[in-house]
Design a protein around this ligand. Structure first.
Ligand code: ATP
Ligand code: MG
Ligand code: MG
Ligand code: MG
Length: 475
């Protein structure tokens, strides 16, 4: 027997409700009044001020199923999508929160009870990490819960950066943070990868399913840790990763929530190879793009809008790779709404607008993608899978064909080639400088043309900056 994602979500919320937690709605993917955060990246975001002691709620315990996007900022998984079994750009994080109420002992007990007694996971497949100096958490796991010491691993704050693990959780460069304890599931011998903290932990055999953070500090801009008014608990369990375990599959992309989306991606690209990573990328990206659009993000050239545009263009490129030559991506929206509309009604309400904005973005990018791809391909062919892709060409792709740098890098990565990012940046800086100089020149020329007297009258009317005036005066 397996458990559906909907059941896992429901059981999580009901379990914590039975332990005195208030069920709270997911917040928007666009953080409310928090300029330090690109998109909502964890369940605790909407409670940030409660942890900091600036805000009070009528409850001390809460539980949520939170929409998250990790495609920029401190937590960025865009480059992992299509490469690992466990990362999405958009995913759902189930969480329980204690605002100065219970702490380590109860949090760990709850997590174990839910996983082993409610979800029925085999205890001997679970591994745990604790923060290296957290003797309290270590002894709760080994003595109270009885996890054998060989499966409880101490991990530091990764200052030495020897391995990727890091048991000190931070929402961003500033804000609430603290030591954490993470629970991993061993997917078994057939899969490459070592246990957490080992040199080959980057493999996907041991997959982290739940993080329990002991919120104790507020990190300021200078990196100083200030103790929070009350020690609190913030946890995040990945719905898709837990579903993979409970549905006896290894990859998140094999769970119930993705079946329809992968089929839709194959249908819209007429793809026969159902194992193509591009189908997974499309299934992932239609979720991220649609949810971001539904929450009010609009594709654009900067900030949040540019991140969205980049995800859309990456999706189109994967469709192109599979053979699509005209707008197709937006036709996956109805499939997404059929899959997730019941849990997230905002998708239903915005379905038509979301499809239309995606379609327009696609039509635009399909005008240049063909030429861009042939330039990219000929450059790659010249490199013959060895060397570094020219930053100047990457810049031309960006400037003339609308290829964001990360898209070019994504294609290159598939061929084992990296991009000369420094040269790309230099080309970008040079173009900005030229545009500025050309602007000066045009204005100076215009002033010259009108003659010095007329030009003088123009100072107020035109929004010249001091440099331009200086240039004119000098000239
Ligand atoms: P990983 O080390 O695997 O990248 P993480 O330590 O970055 O995960 P946390 O910040 O601790 O993740 O988030 C809490 C939980 O949310 C994780 O234990 C995992 O189950 C889930 N999660 C995190 N990132 C993703 C993602 N990109 N896609 C799907 N689930 C995720
Ligand atoms: Mg991560
Ligand atoms: Mg981790
Ligand atoms: Mg973690």
């Amino acid at each position: 027997t397996t458990m559906s994602s909907a059941e896992i979500r429901e059981k999580f919320l009901r379990f914590f409700e039975s332990k005195g937690h208030q069920i709270v709605e997911s917040s928007s993917l666009v953080p409310h009044a928090d300029p330090t955060l690109l998109f909502t990246n964890a369940g605790m975001n909407q409670f940030k001020d409660v942890f900091l002691g600036f805000d009070k709620r009528p409850y001390q315990r809460a539980t949520t199923s939170q929409k998250c996007v990790r495609a920029g900022g401190k937590h960025n998984d865009l480059e992992n999508v299509g490469y690992t079994a466990r990362h999405h750009t958009f995913f759902e994080m189930l969480g329980n929160f204690s605002f100065g109420d219970y702490f380590k002992l109860e949090a760990i007990r709850y997590a174990w009870e839910l996983l082993v007694d409610v979800y029925g996971l085999p205890a001997d497949r679970l591994w745990v990490t604790v923060y290296a100096e957290d003797d309290e958490a270590y002894s709760i796991w080994t003595r109270e819960i009885g996890v054998p010491a060989e499966r409880v691993i101490r991990i530091g704050d990764n200052k030495g950066a020897r391995y990727a693990s890091d048991n000190f959780w931070m929402m961003g460069d500033t804000g609430p943070c603290g030591p954490c304890t993470e629970i991993f599931y061993d997917h078994g011998e057939g899969i490459a990868g070592g246990p957490p903290g080992s040199p080959d932990e980057e493999g996907d055999r041991y997959i982290e399913i739940w993080n329990n953070v002991f919120m104790q500090f507020n990190r300021d801009e200078a990196g100083v840790m200030h103790p929070l008014p009350k020690p609190s608990v913030d946890t995040g369990m990945g719905l898709e990763r837990t579903a993979a375990v409970l549905q006896h599959v290894h990859s998140n992309y094999e769970i119930d929530l993705f079946v329809r989306l992968i089929a839709a991606a194959a249908r819209e690209t007429s793809s026969a190879d159902m194992d193509s990573p591009s189908l997974r990328v499309l299934a992932d990206h239609i979720r991220a793009c649609s949810f971001l659009l539904a929450d009010g993000v609009i594709p654009g050239n900067e900030g949040r809008g540019y991140v969205l545009r980049r995800i859309i263009r990456r999706a189109i490129r994967h469709g192109y790779k599979l053979g699509a030559r005209a707008a197709f991506f937006h036709r996956m929206v109805p499939d997404l709404v059929a899959e997730m509309g019941a849990a997230y009604p905002e998708l239903v309400g915005s379905q038509e607008r979301v499809s239309e904005v995606l379609r327009q973005e696609e039509v635009r990018f399909f005008e240049t993608i063909e030429h861009g791809m042939s330039l990219l391909e000929s450059e790659l062919a010249a490199l013959a899978g060895d060397g570094v892709f020219s930053g100047a060409t990457a810049f031309k792709l960006h400037d003339t064909f609308g290829f964001p740098l990360d898209l070019t890098a994504d294609v290159c990565r598939e061929r084992g080639v990296s991009v000369d990012v420094a040269a790309f940046d230099a080309a970008m800086a040079q173009q900005k400088e030229q545009a500025r100089a050309a602007g000066k020149f045009r204005m100076a020329a215009a002033l010259d043309y009108s003659g010095p007297e007329t030009a003088f009258h123009g100072y107020d009317a035109l929004d010249f900056n001091g440099q331009v005036l200086a240039l004119y005066r000098d000239g």
